[in-house]
Design a protein around this ligand. Structure first.
Ligand code: TRP
Length: 344
């Protein structure tokens, strides 16, 4: 109740987006990123959006699947603790200013500059040179538009988005210099200190939707019994003592990291608790902790998905907050570029 509008207005704004490219959040993105977003609501004014425009850059998913995944993203954000009354939660495609500003920024981006983006190089190599879409090429510029519209101070992203943040700052500076100071140069807020969750079957690689095998990844919306089983079958290391040692015991270290993230007990604490006991005990008890953690999350998410009107109301409220900010920025941009304003 301490949230008088004036107090909220003084809070630094943060913005981040997530692509609706999976049916479920997994432990990697949930424990690594989304949980941080929840904490930011206390101190910041957040804008969190589902980057559905970005989700069609690497081939087009079935329309019904894309819609379902977008809704699941929203429901999971709310189930995770993103509070629609504190944070604007919205869909990128419902705020046309994103695509509109992206066009203007594309005209300020050098072809060579865009081609240097390492994520584009990686992703287009996968599709085979020449078959990548122009949308994939300009993806970082759309991301710059996403950010600059809201003039955020911080943009929490993973390390893989750092170069896109740098491009965003370059484009903001270029526009400000060419025209007039319009954009705030956002700071990256690289989520590095957070738990790095690794593949359960290959604990030297990141847990990720694109790279992990089904047994290596825990999906938040999976049947909790399936997740418990995955923990019990996680790869462990030679020896039998439970200790944190990334180099010699990557499997056990990863389980300890997950355990710690789920329970807020420190790794040291856990190591002491399992001193003299074997891997089996650790796995069993972690499996129970996983079930206790994902069950309420899953129940909340499924309940939200069942309430289509409630979900639409959350998105409507978020869209309204987003449009109010984004349209103002876009109007400044159009004016400065020299577009004639529409008559009334
Ligand atoms: N590219 C980001 C990712 O894949 C998602 C994203 C799109 C984003 N627009 C953004 C993140 C703006 C932060 C700010 O993770």
């Amino acid at each position: 109740m301490s949230d008088a509008p004036s107090a909220a207005a003084r809070r630094p704004r943060v913005l981040s987006g997530i692509q609706p490219t999976a049916d479920s959040f997994h432990f990697g993105n949930y424990l690594g990123a989304i949980r941080q977003w929840v904490g930011l609501q206390e101190t910041h004014e957040p804008f969190f959006f589902i980057a559905d425009l970005h989700a069609i850059t690497m081939g087009q998913p079935d329309p019904a699947v894309l819609r379902e995944r977008s809704r699941r993203c929203v429901a999971q954000l709310v189930a995770a603790g993103i509070d629609p009354s504190r944070s604007a939660i919205f869909l990128q495609s419902q705020v046309p200013a994103h695509a509109e500003l992206a066009w203007v920024l594309q005209c300020l981006t050098g072809f060579g500059e865009a081609r240097r983006m390492t994520q584009f190089k990686d992703k287009s190599a996968k599709d085979g040179e020449g078959s990548a879409s122009v949308g994939l090429f300009t993806y970082p510029v759309l991301m710059a538009a996403d950010i600059l519209l809201y003039r955020p101070e911080f943009v929490p992203v993973g390390e893989d988005q750092r170069q896109h943040l740098e491009l965003t700052r370059d484009l903001a500076g270029r526009f400000n210099h060419r025209y007039k100071k319009t954009f705030r140069l956002p700071e990256p807020y690289i989520l590095r200190q957070t738990a790095k969750i690794l593949d359960l079957q290959e604990p030297t690689a990141k847990m990720s939707k694109s790279a992990s095998s089904p047994g290596g990844i825990i999906e938040m919306l999976d049947d909790p019994r399936v997740s418990a089983k995955k923990i019990r079958s996680a790869v462990t290391d030679s020896g039998s003592d439970v200790r944190y040692d990334e180099e010699h015991k990557p499997g056990i270290s990863n389980l300890l990291t997950i355990f710690s993230a789920l329970t807020d007990r420190s790794v040291d604490d856990l190591v002491k608790a399992y001193d003299g006991r074997g891997y089996g005990d650790l796995k069993r008890e972690l499996a129970d902790a996983v079930v206790g953690f994902v069950t309420p999350f899953r129940d909340r998410t499924l309940a939200l998905l069942d309430d289509r009107a409630g979900l639409d109301a959350i998105l409507g409220e978020g869209r309204e907050k987003a449009v109010a900010v984004a349209e103002r920025t876009l109007a400044d941009v159009y004016d400065r570029v020299g577009f004639v304003p529409a008559g009334r």
